[in-house]
Design a protein around this ligand. Structure first.
Ligand SMILES: Nc1ncnc2c1ncn2[C@@H]1O[C@H](COP(=O)(O)OP(=O)(O)OP(=O)(O)O)[C@@H](O)[C@H]1O
Ligand SMILES: [Mg+2]
Length: 225
């Protein structure tokens, strides 16, 4: 099992009101799955992704990543899991505007202390595989939305992560370009990557082999397709 959540809860305490965003979520994800987490706006998708991505901690319940209880780990250890085992893709790409495509993609390797020559080689290899070989020295604002998202996918892949977490990866691009992005995820999954895509869009979920449906902080359906 790659990960498991058991009776996970998350309460946001804003000082005035308490928002119960997750109300007891349980499921397991095996290595090699391509899973969609689907649900309407406000159902708790991003909250769940932040916990799965070790970016925030649950209020209650259990999160096991590779058998380790993530809630009990130190901040340092959580950061280590993020850097070594996880790749993130966001709706808004989150690229550094003043850095070239190649520098953006190398970033996770800089954090890991990988030497420059090796970083370049790895970065160029990945950009070639994503069809971006002419864009190595471009800046993010010189790229289309689909190209920017491909760079972000490259950045998520460069550490060879065990799990890719994508939150509305096609949310800011048109349908046709979005299909290209989804095909990249399918292709990566066929090569063995475990991927979780968070979406409210049934078209995006239709590319996945499993759909976990969230409503109001709870799993209402978990189906294989
Ligand atoms: N930092 C926060 N502080 C307080 N409440 C929050 C916070 N983040 C999210 N919430 C609340 O938690 C609930 C779940 O939010 P979440 O962002 O996880 O939903 P979502 O399914 O990702 O929605 P969307 O599809 O709009 O992105 C919502 O009611 C939201 O208002
Ligand atoms: Mg969200």
């Amino acid at each position: 099992m790659l990960l498991e959540v058991r009776d996970l809860t998350k309460v946001y305490d804003t000082g005035f009101v308490k928002v119960s965003a997750l109300k007891g979520i349980s499921f397991k994800v095996k290595e090699g799955e391509l899973t969609a987490i689907m649900g309407p706006s406000g159902s708790g998708k991003t909250t769940l992704m932040d916990i799965l991505g070790c970016l925030s901690r649950p209020t209650g319940g259990l999160y096991l990543f590779q058998g380790e209880e993530a809630n009990r780990l130190s901040e340092r250890k959580l950061a280590e899991i993020r850097n070594s085992h996880l790749g993130f893709v966001f709706q808004s790409f989150n690229l550094l505007p003043r850095e070239t495509v190649l520098s953006n993609i190398e970033l996770p390797l800089i954090y890991k202390g990988v030497p420059r020559g090796e970083r370049r080689k790895k970065g160029i290899e990945i950009l070639f595989s994503l069809g971006l070989k002419d864009k190595l020295n471009s800046f993010p604002n010189q790229l289309s939305g689909g190209e920017q998202q491909r760079v972000a996918i490259g950045r998520a892949l460069i550490n060879n992560p065990h799990l890719i977490l994508a939150d509305e990866p096609t949310g800011n691009i048109d349908r046709k370009t979005g299909e290209g992005i989804l095909k990249i995820f399918v292709d990566l999954n066929q090569k063995g990557k475990t991927i979780i895509i968070i979406t409210h869009d049934p078209f995006v979920a239709s590319y996945c082999s499993r759909i976990i449906h969230l409503e109001d902080g709870k799993v209402v359906k978990d189906e294989l397709c």
